[in-house]
Structures are given as C-alpha cells and as structure tokens.
Design a protein. Sequence first.
Length: 109
Amino acid sequence: MSYLLLALAILAEVIATTSLKASAGFSRPLPSVIVVLGYAFSFYALSLVLRTLPVGITYAIWAGLGIVLVTLIGIFVYGEKPDFPALLGMGLIIAGVGVIQIFSRISSH
C-alpha cells in the first residue's frame, strides 16, 4: 500500500511541476490552482508514506522518478530536447533507484 501511495504522490508532484510551467509565473489561474493542489496532495501523501518506508529510500524514488517523468513530459508536451549528458544522468538516476530497490536491505523495511 505504501508504494501505491508513493506512486500517487509522485504523480501529483509531476502534475504540479508540469503545471508550474503552464502557470506562467502564476499568471494563469487554472494551472496555478493545479500547482497548489497537486503539491498539497503530493506532500500529504508523502507524509503518509514516511510512516512505513525509510525517508532515504522514499526520497530517492520520489526524486528519481519525478526527474525522469517531468523530463519526459517536457519532451512530449513542451518540445524540450535534453542533450546526451542529461539523458545519461537520468539513466544513472534510474539505475541508482534500481540498485537501491534490488540490493539494499533498508528498502525492504
């Protein structure tokens, strides 16, 4: 259940971050409301996740997946084009989260 809640928190954070760009400095009302609500839900859900999962593991997953998902949205929605070093770095982030999940004993608590 904790990982499902973490996935929802990440999804809300990604939606909020994507909407932050669309809010144009909080000058557009609808994206601005989505930003505030998305971050509020995201941090609330994250606080619930931290009741059962270690903070380091939780934050590694949160940050790593958030970076990758926001970048993908930037590519497909905003036409942004990350260069090779950016893609390589994101690949390393994904690999790092994978190593933590597969090999770390702390991730199974």
